[in-house]
Design a protein around this ligand. Structure first.
Ligand SMILES: *[C@@H]1O[C@H](CO)[C@@H](O)[C@H](O)[C@H]1NC(C)=O
Ligand SMILES: *[C@@H]1O[C@H](CO)[C@@H](O)[C@H](O)[C@H]1NC(C)=O
Length: 162
């Protein structure tokens, strides 16, 4: 196949257009991928889907049934725009051997309207038959995408001496 001079020029200008930085005022740069981050935005990665890293509970945590607890996550790497800013927190059981969930208690959110941007939410450890003392619990934070904590321990609150 043979290219004419004009198609070669068309191809060249297409390449030049692709390689050159977008000019201000052209609407191509309106798209997030073309926009140059300013100083404040540079701190954020331009990802839409963000899986926050859960800081608390950690593998060292011991939570007590029927007590309040703080769930915290790292918002340092949070993108400027989060496609789903609302979050929910669930308890799940972790299979330490297979490194998979045994079960996530989706029917019993322990926080149903948290805000990803806050980096924390207070939860109450439910006093219910399905919350059994064990060291295989995880917290699942669902928002943009799901993430889970390290496996941690839930125990019965030691009884206060009378
Ligand atoms: C939070 O995330 C940032 C960026 O990934 C990291 O540098 C920092 O150490 C993290 N903070 C904690 C407390 O893990
Ligand atoms: C929880 O998040 C709020 C909003 O970002 C903040 O003001 C507060 O200090 C945080 N609390 C804790 C315990 O991290």
């Amino acid at each position: 196949m043979k290219f004419g001079l004009s198609s070669a020029i068309t191809l060249l200008s297409a390449i030049v257009l692709l390689l050159s930085p977008p000019a201000a005022g052209v609407c191509l740069p309106c798209q997030a991928a073309f926009r140059r981050p300013d100083a404040a935005q540079q701190a954020f990665r331009t990802r839409d889907v963000w899986a926050p890293h859960i800081l608390n509970p950690s593998s060292q945590s011991v939570w007590f049934i029927d007590q309040p607890q703080e769930v915290t996550w790292n918002t340092t790497d949070m993108p400027a725009r989060v496609s789903n800013p609302n979050c929910q927190v669930y308890l799940g059981e972790w299979d330490r051997k297979e490194k998979v969930y045994k079960k996530i208690y989706y029917d019993h959110p322990i926080a149903s309207s948290c805000t990803l941007r806050d980096g924390n939410t207070t939860v109450w450890v439910p006093k219910e038959s399905w919350v059994k003392p064990s060291n295989n619990w995880v917290v699942v934070l669902m928002g943009d995408s799901g993430d889970h904590s390290s496996p941690f321990t839930i125990e019965l609150l030691p009884e206060k001496p009378q």
